[in-house]
Design a binder for this molecule. Structure first.
Ligand code: TMP
Length: 214
């Protein structure tokens, strides 16, 4: 029967925000929540997610690559995404697996569009090319102040990567960009107050996920 061979697509959910916003913790917690509900999931991240895309990640983020041009940076993020989407994300979604991704297209609009100053129409066109039209059905943007983000980043034990070395001014543009993206698509993109406690953020995300999976 045709209907029996048709598999339901998995949901595609992304977590976004400026560095230090706490999204990666919530990706892990949301994954546990869905696993407990026996929902098949794939947890992944951008840039990266496949061996080739992880190598591209290393090139993009290496603090040794200070001389990387903004155009090169934009294209590398999208090269990583093209590989990730085709090799890993689309096949999972087509099998009915829900994909939780730590960053995706909104990061490119916020960082390279609003932050670096590329036209959003250019970013959009290149992004469409790299994803072949794949778009998240839910995006959580974690909103935290620049001061809070910088104080959290200072406490991190790892050496800051090339992007984390950026100025407060750049991060301010990226943050404003994220909020603008959310206001343009309020039904798909939800703003989460990233300065609330981990538990309270988790509860809000679980409430929303419960509605999505009802
Ligand atoms: P992560 O540290 O959250 O894994 O993300 C890596 C860095 O890459 C982070 O500073 C955000 C940045 N980024 C972009 O500038 N553009 C993008 O398209 C993506 C996916 C990430």
């Amino acid at each position: 029967m045709l209907w029996q061979s048709m598999k339901k697509q998995g949901l595609f959910i992304t977590f976004e925000g400026i560095d230090g916003c706490g999204k990666s913790t919530q990706v892990r917690k949301a994954a546990c929540f869905l696993e407990e509900k026996k929902i098949p999931i794939l947890v992944t991240r951008e840039p990266g997610g496949t061996p080739i895309a992880e190598k591209i990640r290393d090139i993009i983020l290496s603090p040794d690559h200070d001389s990387m041009t903004n155009r090169c940076e934009l294209l590398l993020y999208l090269a990583s995404r093209a590989q990730h989407v085709q090799e890993k994300m689309r096949p999972a979604l087509e099998k009915g697996v829900t994909v939780l991704c730590d960053r995706f297209q909104e990061a490119t609009f916020a960082y390279q569009g609003f932050g670096r100053g590329f036209l959003l129409s250019t970013v959009n066109q290149l992004n469409q090319f790299s994803t072949n039209g794949l778009k998240p059905s839910r995006t959580y943007i974690f909103d935290i102040s620049i001061e809070c983000a910088f104080s959290r980043m200072k406490k991190m034990v790892k050496v800051p990567d090339r992007i984390e070395k950026s100025s407060k001014e750049l991060y301010q543009k990226i943050l404003e960009g994220y909020l603008k993206l959310a206001s343009n698509e309020p039904s798909r993109i939800k703003i989460i107050d990233g300065e609330e406690s981990i538990g309270s953020i988790y509860n809000k995300i679980c409430d929303d996920l419960s509605v999505l999976f009802a």
